[in-house]
Ligand binder design. Structure first.
Ligand SMILES: *[C@@H]1O[C@H](CO)[C@@H](O)[C@H](O)[C@H]1NC(C)=O
Ligand SMILES: *[C@@H]1O[C@H](CO)[C@@H](O)[C@H](O)[C@H]1NC(C)=O
Ligand SMILES: *[C@@H]1O[C@H](CO)[C@@H](O)[C@H](O)[C@H]1NC(C)=O
Ligand SMILES: *[C@@H]1O[C@H](CO)[C@@H](O)[C@H](O)[C@H]1NC(C)=O
Ligand SMILES: *[C@@H]1O[C@H](CO)[C@@H](O)[C@H](O)[C@H]1NC(C)=O
Ligand SMILES: *[C@@H]1O[C@H](CO)[C@@H](O)[C@H](O)[C@H]1NC(C)=O
Length: 375
């Protein structure tokens, strides 16, 4: 239940593999136009280790501060080593064309100036939606065992509008801070809000509204390594994490890359290139070749830190990339979410029309499981 305005988005990538195919594809790469990056607390622009250029925010109020310590695990000093610190509510306004955007907030918990890391506690709102409430970046970083945190949201900006991002300390004893803000316009059909999404464990599909805001919870490259923002397709700068830390127990299955003679085909009848890069569709994890063994176990990913009370959209990106799986009925499997059937008899070759042809089904769920493929 609970159609919260903020719909958490859980991106889960499952790549299954099979046969051949050819055809070079047209790159639908969006222009980098319209992208905004702010290195908060910096007075001049700077380039991060991925080559992204970040502007300073000297015109903002709040206090510009340097982090007190550079954690060796920081991937890049920009935008993390400077912050904008707010004792009271502050709103950034960014001009953005109407449509969906990714809004990413970058946080590096540290002491800033005379404020200790432990006193940071704040909320963030944008587009009329609460994105973070009583956010304790230190606590979150400790829980995730990370030095820095990126929170990614997808918002639909209404016509002739701007994105207003508001930081509010939780009390007068607390403060808000932010190290970086990134806005990346997204293709309008990156996911389809016009079609209701099947709801796992329930007969009725879940309608998605055009103005629904999403938070990305997980985006995994199954069977492959992490994909850094600079290696994402269409300059969307998404991060795709490796999936192996999330696999339950010893049932790891078999991870593999595409056969060398398989070409991943993007195009009108399958997924567009911006759906996911080749490094995502070109790796997969299967249960292995032995049917009798596979009947005796489930290949399961466990995704922790999911809050109850929200709907979660689960998207599975599928592409058969492994010989000899070239025909329907050779590799068929069921998908369960939280022990409930989300999808019966998935046959990627049949869905995609052949080896190397992608399919990105969508699924939704509340506190329980998801549904089944769309487009
Ligand atoms: C913010 O609050 C802290 C703690 O109360 C105080 O030391 C600091 O001077 C304040 N900064 C500004 C700019 O008001
Ligand atoms: C934030 O979390 C850290 C780590 O758990 C804790 O030490 C700190 O007191 C918390 N701060 C607030 C304001 O709750
Ligand atoms: C954004 O919302 C408007 C109406 O509010 C809708 O017409 C449009 O299709 C939405 N855009 C996307 C990409 O969902
Ligand atoms: C591609 O390679 C596989 C072996 O890895 C082979 O079985 C298959 O016939 C090859 N397909 C084409 C079209 O060359
Ligand atoms: C799924 O079922 C197993 C076995 O009954 C149980 O241990 C597990 O907690 C269930 N998982 C969920 C998410 O309900
Ligand atoms: C796999 O998971 C499903 C859903 O929880 C369950 O019904 C089935 O018994 C499991 N199979 C095995 C072999 O554990």
């Amino acid at each position: 239940m609970a159609s919260a305005t903020l719909l958490r988005r859980l991106l889960l990538l499952i790549l299954v593999a099979t046969s051949v195919a050819a055809a070079a594809s047209v790159d639908v790469t969006s222009a980098v136009a319209g992208q905004i990056r702010v290195n908060c607390g910096a007075s001049v622009s700077a380039t991060d280790s991925d080559g992204r250029e970040w502007a300073g925010d000297a015109a903002s109020s709040g206090v510009a501060a340097d982090a007190s310590y550079e954690d060796p695990s920081l991937h890049s000093a920009v935008p993390y080593m400077t912050a904008r610190v707010f004792n009271s509510t502050y709103t950034y306004s960014f001009p953005v064309a109407a449509g969906r955007v990714f809004l990413r907030l970058f946080f590096y918990p540290s002491d800033y100036g005379d404020r200790t890391a432990a006193d940071a506690l704040f909320g963030v709102a944008a587009g009329g939606v609460t994105l973070l409430r009583d956010f304790n970046a230190s606590q979150t970083a400790i829980a995730l065992d990370l030095a820095c945190i990126v929170r990614e949201f997808s918002l639909n900006v209404s016509a002739n509008s701007a994105v207003h991002v508001t930081f509010t300390p939780s009390s007068q004893h607390h403060y808000a801070f932010v190290n970086g803000i990134e806005i990346v316009p997204a293709p309008s059909d990156l996911f389809d809000t016009n079609k209701p999404v099947p709801t796992v464990g329930r007969p009725d599909p879940t309608p998605l509204r055009a103005d629904t805001a999403f938070q990305t919870m997980y985006r995994l490259n199954v069977g492959g390594a992490a994909v850094l923002p600079s290696d994402d397709s269409a300059h969307l700068y998404r991060t795709w994490a490796g999936d192996s830390p999330y696999i339950l127990g010893a049932g790891f299955g078999v991870s593999y890359g595409k056969d060398p003679n398989v070409t991943i085909q993007y195009g009108p009848s399958t997924a567009p290139r911006y759906a996911a890069p080749e490094s995502v569709y070109g790796t997969a994890r299967s249960m292995g070749p032995t049917g009798q063994v596979n009947l005796n176990y489930n290949l399961t990913w466990v995704l922790p830190y999911i809050d109850a009370g929200f709907y979660y959209l689960v998207r599975l990106h599928l592409c058969e990339i492994q010989y000899p799986i070239t025909r329907p009925n050779q590799r068929v499997f069921d998908v369960f979410v939280n022990n409930r059937t989300a999808e019966k008899a998935v046959d990627v070759v049949a869905m995609g029309g052949g080896i190397g042809r992608r399919r990105s089904p969508t699924t939704s769920s509340s506190r329980s499981p998801p549904g089944r493929p769309t487009s």
